[in-house]
Design a protein around this ligand. Structure first.
Ligand SMILES: [Zn+2]
Length: 493
């Protein structure tokens, strides 16, 4: 059975080599994996069938079914296939537009003949299941290179490729190499690079952003959620260059920290990212970003990054962009922003702020892409084993308010005031009545995204408590301080 939290021996093997090695552990894992993959040993008879099928791919399982297959990752693979299909169709459209712009007819035809199917790099391939699924299920895909730095994994990958017939054998190329070295020695060669490491992808990002072609796609997962969600803030800073903040929005903040980190690597190489979709799912996050080369766009990177001030009393948060544009200067150069955007003490509850980030503050999804991916998975629902889950997530993603980083939680607002809770519908409607936009978030069913300032949200909650009074509590609790102020906005509840 799969180990809890997506651990697998293959992942551990990768970890042994990509991170400071533990020779004893590596040796044990190598021997146990080698033994399990021996063809002379009918090891799987007692444990069930000898193969595992997912989508159109089938791979051999080992005796404990834990080395190379992680069932929990089917959502991850399905959503990756959906994004990949959409990317390939977009890539072809862009190529046609580019090559036929103002050209005579015969030139158009010769240019179209030059179109090459997008090449994919599966940088940490393990059993090769993902690479084989890409090759078998994504029309118009080019060669899929499945790199792994572990010999046992690469041998298993070869067997799995052969087992999946001629199409898989003609498209998937297994390769024994360190992913970082391989990506650095193949700059701008792959249209798609897929990074799905055990734990943090931080060590691979600098080489990954250089390996992707111009306009290509980087798909990147991170499973070190304890680090990214604020459990070990100092470790997060050392790996990703940002401070996370604890709170209900921590998983969205994790996505934004990862995006900011990828951008920070990209801009060192005169490149920048454009997020397509960014998802928190199960126990990990996964982002899909396109990478472009543009020295001028790189200069506006500080405008897409922000620090987050979060009140330690009432959890109100305020974003402050790192850069600003001087409108009087026609060159539109990003300058250091004026600071701070908040007073020393929170104007709602009089507590201090902590400062997190920097995070990616631009939109984390391209809504148009999200909607088009959603439509395409509805059409091909039978080809996605995790259809129900991924369609639910993509629906939520396509409805998210793009210009509202992070969110407030209704439970959190009520817990601070110690009041009964209005319904989500009531809170949404009150904020909209005040003239602002709202939406949910795929990260949390109780999340409320809005472009309303925190002062408006607290005023609405004050009005709610006025209608549904709370017991008076002695002391200077944040809730008491908030309720001691009269609402400036009234009549929305
Ligand atoms: Zn406060």
């Amino acid at each position: 059975m799969p180990l809890a939290f997506g651990f697998s021996r293959s992942r551990l093997l990768n970890r042994c080599i990509n991170h400071p090695p533990n020779p004893v552990l590596c040796l044990y894992l190598a021997f146990s994996s080698a033994a399990s993959s021996s063809p002379s040993e009918p090891s799987t008879a007692a444990a069930g069938p000898a193969t595992i099928r997912e989508g159109r791919a089938e791979i051999f399982r080992d005796e404990s079914n834990s080395v190379f297959y992680n069932k929990a990752q089917v959502n991850n693979r399905d959503i990756s296939i959906a994004v990949l299909r959409s990317f390939i169709s977009k890539r072809r459209e862009e190529f046609i537009v580019r090559s036929t712009r103002g050209e005579p007819e015969d030139t158009k035809l010769s240019e179209l003949a030059k179109y090459e199917e997008p090449k994919v790099l599966e940088a940490l391939a393990a059993s090769g299941l993902r690479a084989i699924r890409y090759a078998l299920e994504v029309d118009g895909i080019g060669e899929v290179t499945a790199v792994d730095n572990n010999e046992v994994a690469v041998e298993a990958c070869k067997k799995n490729i052969q087992h999946n017939g001629s199409l898989a054998s003609s498209k998937v190329v297994p390769c024994l190499a360190d992913a970082r070295v391989y990506m650095l020695t193949h700059p701008k060669e792959f249209d798609v690079v897929d990074l799905d490491p055990y734990g943090s992808p931080a060590a691979f990002l600098d080489s990954a952003v250089q390996c992707v072609t111009d306009g290509g796609l980087l798909m990147c997962s991170a499973t070190d959620m304890a680090v990214l969600a604020g459990g070990n803030a100092e470790v997060c800073f050392s790996k990703y260059g940002s401070y996370p903040l604890r709170g209900k929005h921590c998983h969205e903040m994790a996505l934004r920290i990862l995006l900011a980190c990828i951008e920070s690597h990209a801009i060192r190489h005169k490149r920048h990212i454009v997020p397509i979709i960014s998802i928190h799912m199960d126990f990990y996050i996964r982002v899909f970003v396109r990478i472009f080369t543009s020295a001028s766009t790189v200069k506006s990177s500080p405008l897409k990054l922000a620090h987050v001030y979060q009140c330690v009393g009432c959890s109100s948060f305020h974003l402050q962009n790192i850069g600003r544009i001087n409108l009087e200067d026609k060159r539109h150069i990003a300058l250091p922003n004026f600071a701070p955007t908040v007073p020393e003490e929170c104007s709602e509850c009089a507590h201090k702020f902590v400062m997190g980030g920097p995070i990616w503050s631009d939109p984390i999804h391209d809504k148009e892409w999200a909607s088009s991916i959603l439509s395409s998975i509805h059409v091909m629902m039978d080809s996605y084993p995790a259809y129900a889950k991924i369609s639910a997530i993509l629906t939520s993603v396509s409805e998210e308010l793009p210009e509202a980083p992070l969110f407030v939680s209704l439970h959190n607002l009520c817990a601070i005031l110690k009041c009964t809770s209005p319904t989500m519908v009531m809170l949404h409607s009150a904020i909209r009545n005040a003239g602002y936009q709202t939406s949910g978030s795929h990260v949390d069913p109780l999340a409320l995204k809005t472009n309303a300032p925190m002062s408006v949200i607290w005023d609405i909650m004050r009005c709610w408590v006025h209608l549904h009074p709370v017991k008076h509590r002695p002391g200077n609790h944040p809730g008491n301080v908030i309720l001691s102020q009269e609402p400036k906005l009234q009549g929305f509840v």
